[in-house]
Design a protein around this ligand. Structure first.
Ligand SMILES: [Cu+2]
Length: 259
């Protein structure tokens, strides 16, 4: 149902969607049951001529059970929801499956930098490829990410991957995802991080092997114009090509100068 609104493009997106479905069904069941009974009782015991209202203290067991039994049932369903949650949580957040590729994601006010590990699969080596607001991934590969923040709390959120992770200054947070569909997806900071928070978006492009290699080569040659920049270019006058991030010509400095 959710993929009707937001594409489902990672290996664990289905698990998250199922979780939403289970919670919606359980809550929906109680919602309709409770409001059904509520409306029924309102109609059944509405004011009638010649019938006096009864004074009920609500202290007898025959009366309190109407509060207690539904309460126990709700607690039991809560336990079911928490149990299913834990299963999905352990799979996505506590387990780190073996990696095929590695990327460093850095949030700052108000842009995202990405360091792609390059062919050697290791970061901080000469073949790394750095981009701004433009993440490139290979379809079907399990990625580990190292998430960092340069200043305040940010949140690395890719709705199509059903992925969300806070970036905390001073910490490197590891996690994983596996893109399963090619295409360009939105990434949006999901933690209020200052007045530029709303424009702290980026494009996540999931490529086939050939398209990925061609794009990486273009980026390294400096001839690549990103999807994100093409889309935003007319509004904010961004640089025409993605470049390595320098101190004075950083994307954040450019954005700050626009405000
Ligand atoms: Cu933000």
């Amino acid at each position: 149902m959710i993929e009707y609104y937001v594409q489902s493009a990672s290996s664990f997106a289905g698990d998250i969607d199922n979780l939403f479905l289970v919670i919606t069904l359980i809550i929906g069941f109680w919602f309709f049951l409770v409001f059904g009974i509520f409306v029924y009782l309102m109609v059944r015991y509405r004011r009638k001529d010649g019938v006096k209202a009864k004074y009920i203290t609500g202290e007898k067991h025959s009366e309190t059970k109407w509060t207690h039994y539904p309460h126990y049932a709700v607690v039991a369903f809560d336990v079911v929801i928490i149990a299913i949650n834990i299963l999905v949580w352990v799979d996505i957040k506590q387990t780190l499956p073996p990696r095929d590729n590695l990327v460093r994601v850095i949030g700052q006010q108000w842009s995202w930098s990405f360091i792609h590990a390059g062919p050697d699969g290791e970061l901080d080596t000469p073949d790394d490829v750095a981009t701004v607001n433009d993440l490139h991934l290979k379809v079907g590969e399990t990625y580990h990410y190292e998430l960092q923040s340069r200043d305040v709390l940010h949140n690395f959120a890719v709705p199509a991957f059903r992925l969300r992770q806070d970036a905390v200054p001073g910490r490197t947070i590891s996690g994983w995802f596996k893109p399963t569909k090619t295409g360009t997806f939105d990434l949006q900071c999901a933690e209020m991080c200052g007045y530029g928070h709303g424009i702290m978006g980026a494009a996540v492009t999931v490529h086939s092997e050939e398209s990925f290699n061609a794009t990486m080569a273009q980026i390294q040659k400096g001839s690549y114009e990103s999807h994100y920049q093409k889309r935003m270019g007319t509004k904010t006058d961004l640089p025409s090509k993605t470049s390595h991030i320098g101190k004075e010509d950083s994307f954040a400095a450019l954005l700050a100068s626009i405000f």
